[in-house]
Design a protein around this ligand. Structure first.
Ligand code: KG4
Ligand code: ZN
Length: 343
């Protein structure tokens, strides 16, 4: 059994995890500095980096204490090398390099999005049916990816402007809801009417049938809020819930339809949802309800695997290592200084 200790510090979570054979999560520690970013309505890179410096050692200690292992039991160190906030990434990469150097372990650099992709392998020691169509959506990205085999990815579609997560965060801000907005919009939507406001669904032209665009929707919501405020003054709770539900429906309709279209056209038997927005229950439900019955649908097994975590980085690292172990004999993280490309 190969045990990989992974570090993820690409944004505002300082995360350390130890995972066995790419699926068996032994520990998954996360210290988030999200509370510090609520006042600014978004992550301030300098603030996030300072928190990583404070948190990385305690979080590492917590992980090692929970599993009750010593460093001889760890087979490799993995780390997110990008994309992300450079000052945040640096803390993780430097820590991982130091550990790999001191304890003489291979160092496996992992692309953040490939981590999200492997979040659906956590807690699941089962065969996957390749190719898999993956919709991975978070604050920073919104991609449709065809996974042909382990670490063989083809980008099928992406957002031409904002990601759905970014739209959730900005609409939440317009409604004076806290950061990050996704969970709050989703909560408000539970009691709102999704058909109350007709917000635009951007399906784009044929050439862009697998691409996404959410900036128009964001503007439409902003305009609606302005108009409503002119009519009625401050928005009441019912209106906030209706706007949330109508906005959420506009996003989930497009994400669902494009994922299902891609799954059919590429003739896949399995689809996965990943990234922070995969925590959204309405999105999961819409996909489940519209899916062809012969297609298997997976989303992360635990809510904590949807948003940024280090277990997904360890899983991705395991399958990278298995593919080409000779590539990872060095403690240096060469990719850390190059630009983060997955495709
Ligand atoms: O993957 P993640 O933790 O960080 C990035 O790599 O960006 O994703 C964070 C994003 C945020 O935009 C947040 O609002 C969104 O995921 N999110 C949600 C939900 N939970 C988190 N969006 C919709 N519904 C949710 N329940
Ligand atoms: Zn992420």
């Amino acid at each position: 059994m190969m045990k990989i200790l992974a570090i993820e510090t690409s944004c505002d979570e300082t995360a350390v995890s130890i995972v066995e054979n790419g699926y068996n999560v032994l520990t998954n520690q996360i210290a988030s500095s999200v509370d510090l970013h609520v006042k600014t309505g978004g992550v301030v890179p300098e603030v996030a980096a300072r928190e990583h410096i404070k948190q990385i050692s305690p979080v590492l200690d917590l992980a090692m204490e929970e599993v009750n292992l010593n460093w001889d039991d760890i087979d490799a160190i993995a780390v997110t090398y990008g994309p992300g906030l450079i000052s945040s990434l640096l803390i993780g990469v430097n820590t991982a390099q130091t550990l790999a150097y001191i304890y003489k372990k291979p160092l496996i650099p992992v692309h953040h999005i490939s981590g999200h992709i492997y979040s659906n392998f956590l807690d699941r020691n089962e065969e996957k049916t390749f190719p898999i169509m993956i919709l991975t959506v978070s604050g920073g990205h919104n991609d449709l990816i065809l996974m042909k085999n382990h670490h063989e990815f083809e980008l099928i579609g992406e957002s031409l402007d904002d990601s759905a997560g970014e739209a959730f965060d900005k609409v939440a801000r317009m409604l004076s809801l806290p950061y990050p907005g996704g969970p709050y919009i989703s909560k408000k939507s539970e009691i709102g009417d999704p058909d109350k406001f007709k917000f635009p669904r951007s399906y784009l032209d044929r050439e862009n049938q697998y691409n996404f665009s959410f900036s128009g929707l964001k503007t439409a919501v902003l305009t609606k809020i302005k108009n409503l405020k002119e009519e009625m003054g401050e928005l009441n709770e019912a209106t906030i819930s209706d706007i949330s539900a109508s906005f959420q429906k506009a996003v989930t309709d497009v994400l669902t339809d494009k994922l299902i279209l891609a799954a059919r056209n590429f003739n896949v038997k399995e689809i996965h949802l990943a990234g922070g927005v995969s925590a959204n229950l309405s999105l999961r439900k819409a996909i489940q309800e519209n899916l062809d019955s012969n297609i298997k649908f997976l989303y992360p097994n635990k809510m904590i695997y949807c948003t940024d975590n280090a277990a997904m980085i360890a899983s991705s690292a395991y399958f990278l290592f298995k593919k080409d172990p000779n590539k990872f004999t060095d403690w240096r993280c060469k990719e850390a200084s190059s630009s983060a490309e997955l495709f």
